[in-house]
Design a protein around this ligand. Sequence first.
Ligand code: AMP
Ligand code: GLY
Length: 424
Amino acid sequence: MTILLLGSGGREHAFAWKMLQSPLCEKLFVAPGNAGTAAIATNVAISPTDFDALKLFVLENQVDMVVVGPEDPLVKGIFDYFQKDPQLSSIPVIGPSQLGAQLEGSKEFAKEFLMRHAIPTAAYDSFTAETVESGCAFLETLQPPYVLKADGLAAGKGVLIIQDLDEAKQELRNMLVHQKFGAASAKVVIEEFLDGIELSCFVLTDGKSYKILPTAKDYKRIGEGDTGLNTGGMGAVSPVPYVDAVLMEKIETRIVKPTIDGFQKDGIPYKGFVFIGLINVNNEPIVIEYNVRMGDPETEVVIPRLKTDLVELFLAVADQRLNEIELEIDSRSAATVMVVSGGYPEDFEKGKVISGLENVTDSIVFHAGTKLEQDQVVTNGGRVLAITSYGIDFESATKKSYQNIDQLHFDKMYFRKDIGNDLK
Ligand code: AMP
Ligand code: GLY
């Protein structure tokens, strides 16, 4: 079959790498892709949110399935666009409906879903510019630190955690009245702070049944020891060593199952990934967020551990027969270390020539912000490469990634040297 994958990050390179291992995948297009996907598939210069251009491409190239990497096209309704179009409705889109994508597109929608289905989450209330003073009064009833979340998509920057009450009130005003995050902060969710260790749970669902994928932990801050600004993620390991069977059972019965049942009860069409962000507070898992896609860089450790044919899984999702499939998982650990442009997540330069890629042995290089320029691979984003390795444990896996990063070079290259250290 012919598959079109949307996106251009390390996540998409990992999906492409895995789907191409399937005998079912005869032709793979990636829109827009990067230098890594260009080497193994065919890149197409179409934006994942240009639905009309995607339609033309799909029809012209007889695409049999569309796999969506990032959240943007999902929140903008690509699933519904295909369903409603008679020429496209028979072509499965792997990803939730626009309604389902609201779980990521609106924090308030997600909180209401969690409350309605009695899934454990932090106490909260939400406010608009009209109710900003009640928001300030609500902050006074809480203990610091204060958690303020812009309702809409804010490129991962919409969550503020603030120690000082006056500063929290000021930031609330900045978000609601001065539109600090534009329309995304026209509404703000104020949430109880949860003190515990974060982990992510990834689920693939056909809307009725589900499969839980391996756990992963990512490292969000730019600096070692989890300091400095938040990023998309600087590395990841899978599995998360402290997640034992007892905790996993709690996550499944209290969170995963009620989430999938919730889709059915609410009539939310959902055929895709659910990424559940959790905080483990004294061994009680509590949801802090839903994303409606896989994580990046978590995909670069979760997908390499999946032995099951990914295209077969996607077909089962489309036909709602996921319950017939048994997942096979590699027992080894996987770790990935992100190599980024100096300056990221603030300003950085692009177009730096990347050298040494041919010297990498025993690791998989997933490209993120790269492109080809006159046959040379150059940097084209903040997060540039994800170096993934297997090992008997996460320590040997990270060690291999670091050895291979030593072979790589580009001007102002940066990476965290402590991925996995907190788990030792
Ligand atoms: P989110 O976009 O909701 O995942 O929030 C971004 C980050 O803020 C999370 O990865 C957590 O580190 C942190 N966070 C979000 N909500 C809470 C909370 N209620 N308590 C503590 N930390 C939180
Ligand atoms: N690594 C976190 C995310 O993909 O949102």
